[in-house]
Design a protein around this ligand. Structure first.
Ligand SMILES: Cc1cc2nc3c(=O)[nH]c(=O)nc-3n(C[C@H](O)[C@H](O)[C@H](O)COP(=O)(O)OP(=O)(O)OC[C@H]3O[C@@H](n4cnc5c(N)ncnc54)[C@H](O)[C@@H]3O)c2cc1C
Length: 289
């Protein structure tokens, strides 16, 4: 298939991109093109104008602040994997993003494109939800910051307005000692996850769990935080059996649907198995801060 005809504008500054976006009703930002181009080829997207932001160098940067790491929206999946700053602060990012597609796609695809696309089986949406990131967006006149919880609304739907672009993502640093893990199950390496889970467990000096974040993807219209299980863990000693919950406790909080790859029942089963596996793995992988 070929896309319908479109015009192309290479915006090499944020202001030029925002001006073009505000003046054209049926315009689309293109970053890595790894989701948008297939959608255009299938004519699921038919923009009149493509605004290419891939030459805006300032959107590729990683900034290390006292309280957070800020990553530019144009950071590619490959550069996220290679970044020593991200690896030192959030080793879970390297682990999870290594599951995104294959080298060629990872070299082009960007974090901003992935979260704007809001596929509920994608790795970046899971990470920004799990790590309680803040998404910075900008239109011609103002900037705003949106928590990950409020950013994702449904399958491929976000809180982003038509005249806004994502400029960066702020990832709060974890100051306590913590354990982390990420697992996903897919049909083949590089395929989208059938189910994916991420866990962060923060502990105090006495080994009691102060905070637990558990996210699961591929099983609902957006990434789900399993808050009932998180609350069960708070106050427990990290060395106790942390998986004293039932399958029903997970499936009450998710809504998987059957597709060509697997049934809803299989996804429910995987959700239970992967959540337990991820909690036990996080427990074994404490980083002392
Ligand atoms: C074969 C294949 C396999 C894949 N497998 C996986 C996988 O396993 N896991 C996974 O997570 N992804 C996968 N992907 C998708 C890939 O990760 C994409 O790179 C990513 O989803 C989109 O990033 P992009 O930069 O290419 O965005 P684009 O395709 O350029 O844009 C995607 C959407 O985001 C919008 N957009 C882009 N940047 C911005 C911005 N800064 N501000 C506002 N809107 C913006 C665009 O307008 C468009 O609507 C796969 C893709 C392919 C082709």
């Amino acid at each position: 298939m070929k896309p319908s005809p479109f015009n192309y504008f290479n915006a090499n500054t944020i202001q030029k991109a925002l001006n073009a976006l505000s003046k054209n009703d049926n315009a689309k930002i293109i970053a890595g093109g790894q989701s948008l181009v297939p959608m255009m080829n299938f004519r699921l997207a038919q923009p009149d104008l493509l605004i290419d932001i891939s030459d805006i160098h300032e959107l590729t940067k990683i900034k290390d602040d006292n309280d957070y790491i800020e990553i530019g929206s144009l950071l590619t999946h490959s550069n996220a994997i290679k970044s020593s700053c991200l690896k030192n602060n959030f080793p879970i990012i390297q682990k999870a993003i290594s599951h995104v597609a294959h080298h060629t796609i990872r070299n082009q695809g960007t974090v901003g494109g992935s979260i704007a696309n809001a596929d509920p089986a994608s790795e970046w949406p899971l990470l920004v939800t799990l790590l309680e990131c803040v998404i910075k967006v900008q239109n011609k006149t103002k900037t705003r910051e949106i928590s990950a919880e409020n950013f994702f609304e449904s399958h491929f739907v976000t809180n982003l307005k038509e005249d806004e672009i994502i400029t960066s993502i702020k990832i709060p640093k974890i100051k306590r000692s913590y354990g982390w893990s990420f697992f996903e199950e897919s049909q083949r390496d590089g395929d989208f996850a059938i189910v994916e889970t991420g866990v962060i467990i923060e502990i105090e000096k006495n080994n009691l769990i102060k905070k637990a974040n558990i996210s699961i993807g591929g099983v609902d219209e957006k990434i789900i935080r399993l808050k009932n299980i998180e609350n069960l863990l708070i106050g427990m000693n990290i060395n106790e059996n942390l998986c004293n919950f039932k399958k029903q406790d997970i499936i009450d909080n998710i809504n998987p649907i059957s597709d060509n790859h697997s049934s809803d029942e299989y996804k429910k089963h995987l959700s239970f198995v992967l959540t337990k596996k991820a909690i036990n793995a996080a427990k074994k992988q404490i980083i002392y801060n």
